[in-house]
Structure formats: C-alpha cells, structure tokens
Design a protein around this ligand. Structure first.
Ligand code: HEC
Ligand code: HEC
Length: 153
C-alpha cells in the first residue's frame, strides 16, 4: 500500500515537470509570429492555450484586449495553423481559457496562488500576462520554479 502511494506521488512529480518542459517554443515558429505577436507582449508559447482558445484569439484580433492586433489574411492563417498544431493537448492543461486568457485558466490560477495581489501590481510586473517579469526564461518557454526571480518593485 505505502509503496503504491509513493509510486503515485513520484508519477505526479514526473508529469508536472514534463508539463513545464513541454511549453518550450517550437523550433518551427514562422517569422510572422515574432513579427505580429511579440511587439506588445512576449510571443506566448503555443502550448499555453488549447486549440479552441487560439482559434478564438486569432479570430478576434481587431478587438484584442482593448487594442487592434489585426494582421493580413495570409499571415493570420499562417499563424493560426501553427498555433493550433502546437496547442496544449494534455487534458489537465487544455481547458478552453475564459476570456481567451492564459492567466484565467484554472491551472494558471492554481500555480500562482502564492503570488499576492500587490505583487502582480508592482511597477515592473503590472500584469499576470507579463510572464517574463518573473520567469526569466519565459521567451524560451521555460517556466520551471528554478528559473523564477520576482522583482522587488
Ligand atoms: C497592438 C498590441 C498587441 C499585439 C500586436 C498583440 N497583442 Fe496580444 N495582447 C495585447 C494586450 C494589451 C493584451 C492584454 C495584456 C494584459 O492584460 O496585461 C494581450 C493579451 C494577449 C493574450 C492573453 C494574455 C493573458 O492574459 O493570458 C494572448 C493569448 C495574446 N495576447 C495573443 C496574441 C497573439 C497570438 C498575437 C498575434 C496575432 C498578439 N497577441 C498580438 C496586445 C497585443
Ligand atoms: C509575479 C511573477 C510571475 C508572473 C508575472 C508569472 N508567473 Fe508563473 N509562476 C510564478 C511563481 C512564483 C510560480 C510558482 C513557482 C513554484 O511552484 O514555486 C509560478 C509558476 C508557474 C508555472 C508552474 C511551473 C512548474 O514548474 O510547475 C507555470 C507553467 C507558469 N508559472 C507560467 C506562467 C505564464 C505562462 C505566465 C504569463 C502568462 C506567468 N507564469 C506569469 C511567478 C510568476
């Protein structure tokens, strides 16, 4: 009995670190992704949202979180199919995101429950969507707890 609990616990550990590793930015990102989707915020690795969420984001670019992020039709199709191909698939992390936000998914909220409300508001952070403020290797899709440095102000 004890042994099987131990095995179950180690499987959980293994799967959570796989999750962190799997968010890596795929090597085949089209140049248009960096050009169109990294000027206002970081280029989010596609594994942070599921297929439906990316479709929702990409079909509403003219009204994108209070701004206009539209791209020409060809670029939009290219980015959408690449995002969809690389979207989150593991059931635990592949819920359709409320408001199309990574930061509103239940896994995001759970993983960040120790971050106090005033920390999110610090001048150098400003928003939970600003992953790179704390995850120093976020641009590479590395979110492991060893690669976090929360700025003091
Ligand atoms: C003109 C600026 C601009 C461009 C270009 C832009 N975005 Fe955004 N995006 C924003 C803003 C502003 C937010 C909201 C940020 C916040 O809440 O701090 C946002 C938020 C997001 C979020 C949700 C972040 C969260 O809270 O989880 C996703 C996903 C996203 N953008 C994807 C994209 C993709 C994909 C592209 C390229 C097609 C793109 N963005 C291009 C301005 C932009
Ligand atoms: C205020 C700083 C801060 C910001 C901004 C932030 N995070 Fe985090 N993140 C943390 C902390 C702290 C943890 C918990 C680390 C731990 O478990 O010890 C965490 C944990 C995580 C984990 C789990 C890591 C693991 O190994 O289990 C993921 C994935 C993650 N964050 C992704 C994101 C993404 C994606 C964004 C942007 C949309 C983001 N974070 C924004 C501070 C931040």
């Amino acid at each position: 009995m004890k042994k099987s609990i131990f095995i179950a616990a180690s499987l959980l550990l293994v799967s959570s670190s796989t999750f962190a590793a799997k968010m890596a930015m795929p090597a085949d990102a089209p140049a248009s992704y960096e050009a169109e989707c990294a000027s206002c915020h970081m280029a989010y690795p596609p594994a942070l949202l599921n297929e439906q969420s990316w479709k929702n984001v990409m079909s509403g670019l003219s009204k994108h979180f209070g701004t206009d992020a539209s791209a020409d039709a060809k670029t939009q199709t290219e980015i959408t199919s690449w995002l969809v191909k690389n979207a989150a698939t593991r059931q635990k992390y592949s819920e359709t995101a409320p408001e199309n936000r990574i930061t509103k998914t239940s896994w995001f909220i759970r993983k960040h429950d120790e971050v106090r409300a005033d920390v999110w508001r610090r001048a150098s952070i400003k928003s939970p969507a600003n992953c790179g403020a704390c995850h120093i290797d976020a641009a590479k899709g590395i979110f492991s707890e060893n690669n976090i440095k929360i700025p003091a102000k």
